[in-house]
Design a binder for this molecule. Sequence first.
Ligand SMILES: [Zn+2]
Length: 236
Amino acid sequence: MKLNFKGERVMAVVAHPDDAELFCAGTLARAKADGAAIAVCVLCRGDKGQPSQRVANLTAVRRKEAAAAARLLGAQLFFGEHRDGTLIDGVAQRRKLIEMFRKFKPTLVLAHTLEDYHPDHRAASLLAEAASWFCAARGHKTRSPAMESPPALWWMDTVNMAGFLPGFYVDITDHVGLKTQMLACHRSQLIRGQDADFSPLAELMRLQMRTRGLQAGVEAAEAFRAHCVFKRARAW
Ligand SMILES: [Zn+2]
């Protein structure tokens, strides 16, 4: 099956500034190459991702790192500005994300799955699911008008592929270089590779895209599952 993102507006909704690189940057790069408009929405500040060699002004540093990665991709960037470890699926948090959806008008949203290990990722998953419906509901008022129709929603893979059963794979063989360069922008997190409580990110990414590629019979891939509920599933 040949997937083509031409004419789509793809938005990744992630918890932390480096999550898009790990889970979906290859797919975003492929969509961009097909002619899609791309956005990344980072819900948390990344303020608690502190390496053992302390980084001053970590929130500002991580914001710049995310901006550098988004520039490489040619993506619009949205920030939720929530503190790490505090993200919950609440009314105010939903309203903020709904407004970001209405500003960008995605046709496809990529979001963390509920099987994920990190509480912020799971909260981001619930928020993305709720916003993918309410963004098109006129009764839910935000500054911008409601969207015409809700976007499709795909769940992303988990860290180290734990507990995630892929529904399908996207071949990112031609976009490994850009995905790798984007991750390299997150220097404050790459230096955490020496810390015992954190995995070396570059190695984690390489192993994951190669393993998913091996499962799909290509050099490198990212895995997803479509959220097949009312109005958010699409026929190809
Ligand atoms: Zn994360």
